[in-house]
Design a binder for this molecule. Structure first.
Ligand SMILES: Nc1nc2c(ncn2[C@@H]2O[C@H](COP(=O)(O)OP(=O)(O)OP(=O)(O)O)[C@@H](O)[C@H]2O)c(=O)[nH]1
Ligand SMILES: [Mg+2]
Ligand SMILES: [Zn+2]
Length: 294
């Protein structure tokens, strides 16, 4: 039978075939092939007499991510907040760049708009060309718009701990009842309430993965792309690429750089370019043999 992995916990893969959920163990050959099934994987499995199943095969992936660990995602929904825990735009830019490098579009969803308007982040990401929403899991504001964007697709919610990923899912689908955690006022960050990735089927015909929030210490050196490819991971740079004075322009501080000119003119948000430079410097410092090109 065929299905999709919705959860991987304690050695079991939970496979949804559209009717029921079967807890499957991976066959030995998957381990031999060093294939780690991911949430979102389309798989073939054999139901066993005791009600469990055996995972036979993982079907080819459209894409895969390691943080969050998910596969076959149509879009990443990056949840952010201008209320505590305040989201660092660099975190947004880094995940959006990783998604872009895998051909996966990102949506920016600014939560907690009942507390702080989110206008600052909205301005940056609207200008950069991302579909940008302002919502509140608390009041329900903006959630209809979010529903529209996720309907008929497989999405993963990502974002720093405490921004309200699980709360938004609960607001979209009250039956899910995910645990949520308060935010530490003293530290200004979330408490890592969600501990595993899980895919949920919503009644609006959406599949959405809730994922653990990332913290600032696991951002460095992750899944970075080759420095030469990084420019193509910032979609709003596209109109300027190929127009710099030097063909191999890095768009960092070169003379005659069309990207830098666009930043000066305000066509590209300055913070987006700062994130690009930071990622570029990081990518430069990683030797090719150590690079993760997955
Ligand atoms: N005022 C307000 N509070 C919210 C909103 N959304 C979430 N919260 C609160 O923010 C806190 C964190 O919410 P969670 O849903 O646990 O956040 P999360 O992103 O899932 O966090 P992790 O699972 O740790 O990654 C909880 O106390 C929520 O009640 C919102 O729109 N407005
Ligand atoms: Mg959560
Ligand atoms: Zn340039």
């Amino acid at each position: 039978m065929e299905g999709i992995i919705t959860k991987a916990l304690s050695g079991f893969y939970y496979v949804d075939d559209g009717h029921s959920l079967t807890a499957c163990r991976g066959r030995g050959k998957l381990r031999h092939e060093k294939m780690s099934p991911l949430v979102g994987d389309r798989v073939e499995f054999t139901p066993l007499p005791d009600g469990s199943g055996a995972l036979d095969q993982v079907l080819p992936r459209k894409n895969q991510f390691y943080r969050p660990a998910v596969a076959n995602i149509d879009q990443l929904v990056i949840i952010a907040s201008e209320a505590i825990p305040v989201t660092d735009p660099f975190l947004i830019d880094r995940v959006a760049a990783i998604a872009e490098s895998r051909g996966c579009p990102s949506i920016l969803c600014i939560n907690k708009c009942d507390l702080v308007s989110g206008a600052g982040l909205a301005e940056i990401y609207e200008k950069a060309g991302f579909p940008t929403l302002r919502v509140s899991a608390e009041t329900g504001e903006g959630l209809d718009q979010l529903k529209e964007l996720i309907t008929g697709k497989v999405s993963a919610f990502t974002g720093n701990s405490g921004v309200g990923k699980s709360s938004i899912l609960n607001a979209l689908e009250p039956e899910i009842q995910l645990a949520t955690g308060d935010v530490s006022r003293k530290l200004g960050r979330g408490r890592h309430t969600t501990r595993h990735v899980e895919l949920f089927r919503l009644s609006c015909d959406a599949l959405v993965a809730d994922t653990p929030g990332f913290s600032s210490f696991d951002v460095e050196r992750m899944e970075l792309t080759r420095k030469e490819r990084l420019q193509s991971c910032f979609p709003e740079f596209a109109p300027y690429l190929g127009k710099c004075r030097f063909q191999d322009c890095a768009h960092v501080k070169e003379q005659g750089c069309a990207v830098l000119q666009a930043v000066r003119e305000g066509a590209i948000p300055a913070s987006r370019h700062q994130s690009y430079v930071r990622l570029y410097e990081q990518a430069k410092s990683i030797p090719d043999w150590e690079r993760n090109e997955r």
